[in-house]
Design a protein. Structure first.
Ligand code: PAF
Length: 285
């Protein structure tokens, strides 16, 4: 395709994709907009994996709690469309809330136990909201491959389980977390941080690095958790969790590979990050 197309309704998107689907594979990058280089790296993966790249931009109300940032979530639409065009997106799906959740819509997806811990424990309903909108988007776009970022590790685990359990015919690929030069994981919510908060937010990556160093030095997952809490304590940041969990089911304690996961508040902004330490890296330094 040459010109990027924008579809605002489910019918328009299906009509646009129908002729393409006959001869091309479809790669899909679901987003909530406020695009950054992390999203654009997922677009690059989608373009490598499939011939047509579809991106959705939809701030999904179902995945925000009543006291969360739905109203102030950034929606820089013109800049997003420019970035999507520049990255080589072929079709942007830009539905309204009414298009996705018309009056009377009541059916939702209930994820399995992988959604009960970590984010699930601290943001009740969040992962069910994610699973529901992703299930709808998969049914609307019907992609061959969909790309998600490792930064939302638990979201990835929930979606992989949903695809497996509900027999969605889509391959899930996971792109690495993209970081700023100083290590802060890229996130649309970084826009909320003022200069001083931006500096304090570095504690998330520093905590992960301290946990990793502990595991590499032969420490246990509990030692790694302790080291991460030390970093947060020194930075004066309030944490929701700083845990060393099994990367597949996100349960504690981890045995072989360890996923270090953190969630902390910097002012009123809640940030998450994670780092995988392979079993083969443990006790090697
Ligand atoms: O990761 C996100 O931006 C969102 O959770 C997603 C997958 C687009 C669903 O709203």
């Amino acid at each position: 395709m040459t010109e990027m197309q924008v579809a605002r309704s489910i019918g328009d998107l299906r009509a646009l994709l129908a002729p393409l689907r006959a001869e091309s594979s479809i790669g899909f990058v679901p987003t909530m907009g406020a695009l950054h280089d992390g999203h654009l790296s997922l677009v690059a993966l989608a373009r490598d994996a499939a011939e047509v790249c579809v991106m959705s931009i939809f701030v999904n109300p179902l995945q925000f709690g009543p006291t969360e940032d739905l109203a102030r979530y950034p929606r820089p639409l013109d800049a997003d469309l420019e970035l999507a065009r520049g990255a080589g997106v072929d079709v942007v799906f830009l539905p309204s809330v009414d298009e996705m959740y018309p009056e009377g819509a009541t059916t939702t997806v209930v994820p399995g136990p992988v959604a009960d811990v970590l984010e699930g424990a601290h943001r009740p309903g969040h992962l069910a909201g994610v699973a529901t909108v992703v299930a709808k988007l998969f049914n609307i776009v019907d992609p061959d491959v969909a790309i998600f970022g490792q930064k939302d590790a638990q979201q990835v685990a929930v979606i992989k389980a949903m695809v497996r359990d509900l027999d969605f015919e889509v391959r899930i690929e996971v792109g690495p977390t993209i970081r700023e030069p100083d290590g802060l994981a890229m996130s649309s919510r970084n826009r909320y941080l003022d200069i001083e908060q931006r500096q304090r937010a570095l504690a998330l990556y520093e905590a992960l690095q301290a946990g990793e160093a502990s595991l590499r030095a032969g420490g246990s997952p509990e030692d790694a958790e302790h080291q991460m809490h030390e970093v947060f304590g020194a930075a004066g940041l309030e944490t929701d969790y700083a845990a060393a969990v099994d990367p597949l089911d996100l349960s504690s304690p981890a045995t072989g590979d360890v996923l270090l996961v953190v969630a902390a508040r910097v002012g009123s902004t809640r940030l998450i990050d994670n780092l995988l330490v392979k079993a083969s890296q443990r006790g090697t330094s």
